[in-house]
Ligand binder design. Structure first.
Ligand SMILES: [Zn+2]
Length: 207
């Protein structure tokens, strides 16, 4: 009897134990209870139902298990599969929504903002635009390296509202004048962006 079921998480290390080395496990495509699944026969004792990282449903079954009984088993767990698929789609959508654009797109955006801020700092910088860099930073939006005339911005900043991006760029430019966060620094920020506090409040947690 095929009563025992093991459900394997898509990110489980078992995914990597495909000893044949093939990227795609060979199996029979079947449908049961509204669930399309790939039946893979193996030298195993139990049925394993899992959602693969690509979202497809895989069922490993003992070599001699009857296809009809596997179908019945899948159909009996159709609700679980539907919920797992919905969770998988939601996770993928969330991941896509959180992923920042490609680095060169971020750079193009940040340079455009920087070019708008630059004229205010042209004299301080001796007429040379700062070097803008993009990095995957999780704990800060930006940093400034005055000696290198360089501003580094987090790729995730590209996902923030334009007013907030401008605030971060202005903030980093102001470090060319004041390397610290003393009163003089904030006075300079405020002289350029009187509404800087509201802009800063738009920044969501970078993590
Ligand atoms: Zn700062």
């Amino acid at each position: 009897m095929l009563q025992w079921m093991r459900i394997v998480c898509a990110s489980s290390p078992e995914e990597g134990q495909n000893k044949g080395g093939a990227l795609v496990e060979q199996g029979e495509l079947r449908s049961a209870g509204g669930v399309e699944y790939t039946l893979i026969r193996k030298r195993v004792k139990n049925l394993t139902l899992r959602l693969a990282p690509d979202g497809s449903v895989r069922v490993s079954a003992p070599l001699r298990a009857g296809a009809a009984s596997v179908d019945a088993f899948v159909a009996a767990h159709a609700d679980w599969v539907k919920r797992a698929e919905a969770r998988h789609r939601a996770t993928e959508a969330a991941r896509a929504a959180l992923a920042p654009p490609e680095k060169d797109q971020c750079l193009a955006l940040f340079k455009e903002v920087s070019d708008g801020v630059f004229p205010r700092f042209e004299k301080v910088l001796g007429g040379k635009k700062p070097v803008i860099k993009v990095r995957d930073m999780r704990t800060r939006w930006g940093s400034c390296h005055p000696a290198k005339r360089q501003i580094t911005l987090a790729a995730r900043l590209a996902l923030q509202p334009p007013a907030a991006i401008e605030y971060v760029v202005v903030h980093e430019y102001c470090h060319f004048v004041h390397p610290d966060h003393q009163a003089g620094f904030w006075a300079l920020v405020e002289s350029i962006l009187p509404d800087w506090k509201a802009r800063r409040a738009l920044l969501r947690n970078p993590r």
